[in-house]
Design a protein. Structure first.
Length: 66
C-alpha cells in the first residue's frame, strides 16, 4: 500500500501601497502589501487567508506591527 500526499502552498501579492511612518532601522519609506495565501491538497483548496505585511523599501526588512 502506497500513500502519497500532494500538497502545495501558493502565496500571491494582491496589492501594494505606501504606509504612514518611517523604517526604525534606516528611516526609509514603509510599504504595505496585501498577500493572499492558499494551501491545496491534490489541487483542492483547503485553506485560504489574506494578510497585510509591512516592509521597508530601502533596506527590504520585514517589519512587524505590535
Amino acid at each position: 500500500m502506497c500513500l502519497v500526499f500532494v500538497c502545495d502552498e501558493d502565496e500571491r501579492v494582491i496589492s501594494r501601497h505606501p504606509a504612514p511612518g518611517a523604517c526604525p532601522y534606516c528611516g526609509g519609506m514603509i510599504q504595505a502589501m496585501d498577500v493572499e495565501k492558499q494551501w491545496r491538497l491534490c489541487f483542492v483548496p483547503l485553506y485560504f487567508n489574506t494578510k497585510r505585511k509591512f516592509y521597508c523599501t530601502m533596506c527590504s526588512r520585514k517589519l512587524v506591527v505590535k
